[in-house]
Write a protein that binds this ligand. Structure first.
Ligand code: ADP
Ligand code: MG
Length: 410
């Protein structure tokens, strides 16, 4: 069924057609009617399958038809997300889809001045997208009241209900009206979290799309065995082999992110980093440049693993393996968005092999091996370690007459 046949507000249909969204994705097809009926929903669907619109479309419709006058009387829908970038992205989807409705959307997150946020809240906001930290600050100062919330959405729900956030979520639930609609969306969920989720809602409808393989089939993913100290040379080689391609590189820590950036800088490769030690304004600018294709290579920690939707990321590189199988699924899911294809490659060192086994066990199948002979491995190292812009090396090569590059240490 196409969107134009749906019983949703015309303004939303206008926005959908402007976005060229003709028919719903599987998760949208299943979630939209249930949410419109007022059900609690736990929806699990692979990365990049359009979960945001799966809740944004019905929420916008419900709020639009319930909105009697333009007068602000408190937040009606609260959407919680784990990171600033994701919260901003979700708010953007609501704003775009809700452009021809009377529903207003606003995003609050930490790292920026709070007064402008308070002013906007006072003007009246229907949909509030927030990360937990700033939201609780504003609630405790009395600047934000949640007593009129009718719909609560947890995006990346398994993560939001996980240890780091569960206390916040429980506290939050106490602040919300008992009678409300609760929606959980994620690409991954384990049994413990699933039980916890059920304990928080009334008779939820469970919607699960292709649960067998959590990695979407349009993502090709493989692993290469590369020792820790050699990773930067393999990264350099990979970048040179794929000029102009957009890459998202995941590393284990913020310190490593900066180190890899510095290593690439030394060989003339421009990259940028995003992690939690960066200023919010800088994070936003970097993300904006990456989206706009002005920045091709972004090195990041897991802050960018979940939810971030940049349609044309060619490669995800797991420079370090993540520390959980779920996180692997989310990281590789940053490529192959919607109907586009994507590729992901992981560098696995000897120390990381147990983690690889754990990830494979959880995926229920082995990850494709990118096989290299000892000689090929050695040649990549040799090539990367050869100074390329050193005119002496180039001259020596010429004189050598064989056209072969000699490894040369400075
Ligand atoms: P998920 O949350 O499932 O990872 P997103 O909601 O971020 O996925 O959407 C992934 C991409 O699919 C986005 O770029 C979005 O614009 C696009 N998309 C969503 N719904 C549709 C649709 N019905 N038709 C075409 N593209 C869509
Ligand atoms: Mg999402």
């Amino acid at each position: 069924m196409k969107f134009d046949k749906y019983n949703i507000h015309e303004g939303i249909k206008t926005s959908l057609s402007k976005l060229d969204f003709k028919k719903p994705t599987d998760i949208q097809y299943k979630s939209i009617p249930a949410i419109l009926k007022g059900e609690d929903v736990l929806a699990i669907a692979q990365t990049g399958t359009g979960k945001t619109a799966a809740f944004a479309i019905p929420v916008l419709h419900l709020l639009q038809i319930r909105k009697i006058s333009g007068r602000p009387d408190g937040v009606k829908c609260l959407v919680m997300a784990p990171t600033h970038e994701l919260a901003l992205q979700i708010a953007d989807v609501f704003t775009t889809l809700g452009k021809h409705t009377r529903v207003t959307t606003f995003c609050i997150h930490g790292g920026v001045d709070q007064q402008p946020q308070i002013d906007t809240l006072n003007d009246g906001v229907d949909v509030l997208v927030a990360t937990p930290g700033r939201m609780f600050d504003l609630v405790s100062q009395g600047a934000l009241r949640l007593t009129r919330v009718e719909i609560l959405v947890l995006d990346e729900a398994d993560h939001m209900l996980d240890m780091g956030f569960i206390k916040d979520i429980r506290d939050l639930m106490r602040l919300l009206p008992k009678k409300r609609q609760t929606l959980f969306f994620s690409a991954t969920i384990n049994e413990t979290i699933k039980e916890l989720a059920y304990s928080l809602v009334v008779n939820p409808i469970r919607i699960q799309i292709s649960p067998k393989d959590p990695v979407a089939k349009n993502i090709e993913h493989g692993v290469a065995f590369v020792e820790m100290d050699d990773k930067r040379f393999f990264l350099e080689d990979f970048i040179r082999q794929n000029p102009g391609k957009k890459m998202l590189i995941f590393v284990r820590t913020k310190v490593r992110a900066e180190r890899v950036k510095a290593a690439m800088e030394r060989v003339g490769i421009v990259t940028e980093t995003i992690h939690s030690d960066k200023e919010q304004a800088e994070r936003e600018l970097t993300m904006k440049n990456f989206r706009a294709d002005e920045l091709k290579i972004l090195i990041t920690t897991d802050v960018s693993a979940r939810g971030i939707d940049i349609p044309d990321v060619h490669f995800v590189i797991n420079y370090d393996l993540p520390d959980s199988a779920e996180q692997y699924v989310h990281r590789v899911g940053r490529t192959g968005r919607g109907t586009s294809k994507g590729q992901a490659i992981a560098f696995c060192s000897s120390e990381e092999k147990p983690m690889l086994e754990e990830i494979e066990a959880s995926l229920g199948k082995p990850i494709h091996r990118i096989v290299m002979t000892g000689q090929e491995y050695h040649e990549i190292l040799l090539e990367a370690k050869t100074p390329k812009d050193d005119w002496r090396a180039l001259l020596a090569e010429e004189e050598d007459g064989k056209g072969k590059k000699k490894p040369k240490k400075k």
